[in-house]
Design a protein around this ligand. Sequence first.
Ligand code: UP5
Ligand code: MG
Length: 250
Amino acid sequence: MAMWRRVASLSPLIRSSSSCKLAFLNQVLTSPASLLPQVAYRLNISELFTTEVNESPLTKKDLFISFVLGGPGSGKGTQCAKIVETFGHVHLSAGELLRRELISNSECAAMILNTIKEGKIVPSEVTVKLIQKEMESIDNHKFLIDGFPRNEENRKAFEKIIRADPDVVLFFDCPEEEMVKRVLNRNEGRVDDNKETVKKRLEVFYASHLPVINYYSQKGKLYKIEAVGTEDEIFERVRPVFAAFEHGPK
Ligand code: UP5
Ligand code: MG
């Protein structure tokens, strides 16, 4: 009982901790008292109090950020590979970072797996922290962030944590039948490449991504690319977007 009170009294102090830890702590606070010593051991409480008010090395870089958006199978990853090859940007796929995290056995792994299987969106803080870690560790200033932000909350979390805005937002506009066909033919063993999850991914895309796309359209940053045709034909529509910046001020 004493342990219960101690853990419960800590809750106001840990608001700045990661979503996974908070989710985990919530579980602790609602657990029977008999489980608490064991849970408190696993919790590594000191880790919850690390202050995160450090200045990110990213603020010192002259960043050029591109968000690459589009529905499942619209060709984001395929076109990013071509942009990397031609313009030397670094490709960060948010989905890949999450898939890497889920096989790393981290405390977030189970939550990420369930969210991806359901075609839903992982809590913003988890994804933004993974993106931030990658950006900080790479010696380049041109980043293609693929499949992110997927909703308004993602967008705001990125602005708040990374403290940067995108220079370019690409949107691969692809008909639904084509996206479904490509995803179901991919055959790379992704847990979300099945009929049932693709349907859910599309629902989330229409409900959550479109407001983000509209937001950047109003800001004049959106480049809408017709995503039907061969990979090379589509890249010829992408090329001028980045070529224009190569000769520009950035
Ligand atoms: N292909 C590509 N171009 C083609 C063309 N022109 N003609 C014919 N075939 C073409 O392409 C898909 C397939 O089509 C490939 O086999 C390719 O060869 C072929 P790809 O380039 O992989 O398309 P892409 O748009 O990248 O499709 P992907 O399935 O990766 O998009 P999603 O947005 O669904 O997946 P992502 O990996 O970004 O996210 C997966 C899940 O992670 C999400 O559903 C969500 O649960 C989670 N997530 C978050 O929660 N938050 C995030 O910020 C990011 C992801
Ligand atoms: Mg992809």
